[in-house]
Every structure is written in structure tokens, then in C-alpha cells.
Design a binder for this molecule. Structure first.
Ligand SMILES: C[S@@+](CC[C@H](N)C(=O)[O-])C[C@H]1O[C@@H](n2cnc3c(N)ncnc32)[C@H](O)[C@@H]1O
Length: 402
């Protein structure tokens, strides 16, 4: 990584994970790559006692650590991701895995004679799934929720989530969601069953390899660190939301609605407002009246003043967005520093951004905030060029507590 050329380095994105066992269970665009975490760990001159991941997402950091026998603690604000991450980090006995495949087979055989669960209240559901696919998923859901062995049920639900996305017309292009034409005519109960069983087999195969260390992942807002985590971790490896208005809820909505984590759209916007960098629905209107606590270096205010003056009706809102983002990150970094063991190291993967041609140098701001808080040897370097724009990069920001 030291001499990373400024290339797109696709092995440092979520795409690398899709063929890496449990890491490939669900695709989430903002997930970072297994290889990146492995490289960070292998370049350390010590073996971590415990790694903290304060923005767990799909659990990449913890799973890499667990596979290497390194204990980890993790936080995530989104309850669906907390559930999903915890399943990914579990050990499953061969008996559970065999039962899972057997029950999956039984379920699909009974599917025609199943009362479908209510369809999820996601806006414009017909755009997401054709009628046949939605009916298939609704019947599958009924059957899965009847299974009493919870470990088997968890594996079925992960397979269900994978089917939810595979059977949908949605394509996630990082900044937007587009919909393919409805593929209802190519779908049948038989195709659905075969496909679902092939997903189950894939999940079963990767569930066989148990993690070698325990991870503790809880739902928590990482603007604080829970007291029971403090003075336990000597390394932080993470990729927080970037200051680029990407909403994690957007891509997670299909799973969250089908799994009943979202029942009404307001819940999505409430969760997004609580998330660092969230701008979905209600979050946008709340930002317009949000007031800065003036805790950031003055040059950050200069940048946001320039953004506010841009010739765009959302310019003021975006200026507030950037300020709120970095104020949240400042609060977060302070809490992380307080709980970090002496001689501990932190590694933050972060992207810079651009609003109306005005650059937001996230790497410099992170580095300055870390230094202001007390971290030493703060440094940053480019990990890769992001593919959307040649001035957008991913950086790794490092710091220590001496
Ligand atoms: C870039 S993603 C992390 C991706 C992760 N490294 C992976 O490989 O999947 C950032 C995550 O931070 C979470 N998040 C945002 N605000 C948070 C907060 N205040 N506390 C905890 N997690 C938060 C989001 O829900 C999202 O899952």
C-alpha cells in the first residue's frame, strides 16, 4: 500500500469481496475491501489485542479480524446491518448447516401452498419486483418465519436477502438507483426455487468455515464509545461515511422493508438523520435549520461559506451538510481517542468530495481534527482514485495515541 500508484485499484473496493466467502453474502457498495483491511493488519508492527470498528456496515473489518484470530469490537447505527453483521460473524455447526439445506429444500417444495406474507410497504414496489417475484418472496418469507431453529432461520434469512436483491429490477450505481425493465416474463416458480436453493448452497459453503475469534457488534451511535469498550482496543480500522451525501439507507431499503426493519418511510429518514452524513428525506429539511457549534478549524468554515455562495438552490443546505458532517466526525474522533489504549493506532479510510466545483479535502480535515484532539504521527496517503471523477480519491488517514 505504501507505494500505491494513483490508480482505481479495484481490489480495494467491495467488488473484491464478492468472491470471498461470507464477505460476498450481500453486496453493499460502500463496503470496503477485505484486501485493504488485510493489508493494514499485515503492515502493523504488532499483533492487535483488540480492533475497534465504529462504522461496521457489512462487518468487513470484524470478519477479516475474526478469520485471523483477532478479537474485535464494533458499532453500527443501522439495526439491519447489526443483525446481518452478527450472522456473518457466527459459527455454525455442520448439523445446523445440514439442517439449513434440508429445511430450504422442504420450504421450496411447499411454496405453492403457502399464504404470502404482506408485501413490504416500499414506495413503488412494482418498480422493484415483478408480481411473480414479489409473490415468490412473500411466500418464502412466510415459510422462513415459521422456522423455530433460530440459527437455521438466520441462514435462511441471509439467503432470502440475497434473493430479494437478485430478483429485483434495481441496479445500484453508487449515487443513484436505476431500474431495469420488469423481467416478470422470464421468471417462474421453478426458476425462483432453483435459484433460491443455489443461493442457499453458496451460503452453506461459506458458513462452514468458522471465524477464529469472537467479535462483539452492537447497535450504537459512534459519536460516543460505550464505556464497556473503552480502554479495551489498541487499533481502530474503519471506513466512516464519506462527506458525499451517499445515503446507506437508500441501498438497504429493499432488505430493510422485507425484513420489517422499516414499516413506514419516515423510519428511513429518521435513521438517516441519526447517521453521520445522512441526508435522506426528513434529514434534508432538518439540515436547513441546523446550527453549527463552531468547533471546526476556520478554513473549514471558509470552504463551507464558498459552498453556500454557489449558484444553486441547495447551496446553503450543502454547506450545512458539510459542517454537520465534520462536527459529528470531530465528536466521534474525540470519543475514539479517549477510549483508545496508549500506543494504539487508528486507520480511517475516507474519500474527499466536491460540491459545485468546491473541493472538500476530507483527508486534510480528518488529519487536522485528529491532531487537534491529541493524536500523534498523523499522516495520510492516497489508497486509490475513485472512478466517478478524477479529482476524487480514497485516502488512508493514520494516527497514534502516545
Ligand atoms: C462506509 S460504511 C462502512 C462500510 C464497512 N466498512 C463495510 O465494509 O461494510 C459506513 C457505515 O457507518 C454507519 N453509520 C453512519 N453513522 C453512524 C453512527 N453515527 N454510528 C454508527 N454507525 C454509523 C452507516 O450505517 C454505514 O453502515
Amino acid at each position: 500500500m505504501q507505494d500505491a500508484k494513483i490508480s482505481r485499484n479495484p481490489h480495494y473496493t467491495f467488488k473484491y469481496n464478492l468472491s470471498s466467502g461470507r464477505h460476498g453474502w450481500l453486496r453493499l457498495t460502500p463496503a470496503y475491501s477485505v484486501k485493504l483491511v488485510e493489508d493494514i493488519l499485515s503492515e502493523l508492527d504488532y499483533i492487535p489485542q483488540c480492533v475497534l470498528e465504529p462504522f461496521s456496515g457489512t462487518g468487513t473489518t470484524e470478519l477479516v479480524c475474526a478469520n485471523k484470530g483477532i478479537f474485535s469490537l464494533a458499532l453500527e447505527i443501522n439495526p439491519f446491518l447489526v443483525w446481518f453483521g452478527n450472522v456473518k460473524l457466527k459459527s455454525f455447526s455442520q448439523e445446523t448447516i445440514d439442517n439449513f439445506l434440508e429445511i430450504a429444500n422442504t420450504i421450496v417444495q411447499k411454496l405453492e401452498n403457502t399464504e404470502p406474507a404482506p408485501l413490504p410497504p416500499i414506495h413503488n414496489i412494482d418498480r422493484w419486483w415483478g408480481k411473480q417475484q414479489a409473490d415468490f418472496l412473500a411466500k418464502l418469507k412466510t415459510r422462513i418465519y415459521q422456522i423455530s431453529d433460530y440459527k437455521v432461520q438466520e441462514l435462511l434469512l441471509v439467503s432470502f436477502c440475497r434473493a430479494v436483491i437478485e430478483f429485483s429490477n434495481a441496479a445500484f450505481n453508487h449515487v443513484s438507483t436505476s431500474f431495469r425493465e420488469n423481467n416478470d416474463t422470464f421468471f417462474s416458480m421453478r426458476i425462483g426455487k432453483e435459484f433460491f436453493l443455489s443461493i442457499c448452497k453458496m451460503i452453506a459453503k461459506s458458513a462452514e468455515m468458522s471465524p477464529k475469534a469472537i467479535s462483539n457488534l452492537i447497535q450504537y451511535d459512534s459519536r460516543g464509545i460505550p464505556s464497556e469498550y473503552c480502554n479495551k482496543y489498541d487499533t481502530v480500522i474503519t471506513s466512516p461515511p464519506y462527506p458525499n451525501r451517499i445515503s446507506y439507507i437508500r441501498e438497504l431499503r429493499p432488505y430493510m422493508y422485507w425484513m420489517d426493519y422499516l414499516k413506514i418511510p419516515e423510519q428511513a429518514s429518521e435513521l438517516d438523520w441519526k447517521s453521520i452524513g445522512g441526508t435522506w428525506g426528513k434529514a434534508t429539511s432538518l439540515l436547513s435549520t441546523w446550527k453549527s457549534a463552531n468547533i471546526l478549524p476556520s478554513y473549514v468554515h471558509d470552504i463551507t461559506s464558498s459552498i453556500a455562495k454557489a449558484d444553486n438552490h441547495s447551496a446553503g443546505l450543502m454547506a450545512n451538510y458539510v459542517l454537520r458532517y465534520f462536527e459529528d466526525i470531530y465528536i466521534h474522533l474525540k470519543a475514539v481517542y479517549a477510549g483508545l489504549l496508549s500506543n494504539g493506532k487508528v486507520f480511517y479510510i475516507i474519500g474527499n468530495s466536491n460540491f459545485y466545483g468546491i473541493s472538500v479535502p476530507a483527508e486534510r480535515i480528518y488529519a487536522d481534527l485528529m491532531t487537534q484532539i491529541g493524536f500523534t504521527n498523523v499522516d495520510y496517503q492516497i489508497v486509490r482514485k475513485r472512478n466517478c471523477n478524477k479529482h476524487l480519491y480514497e485516502f488512508i488517514i493514520t494516527g497514534e495515541k502516545t
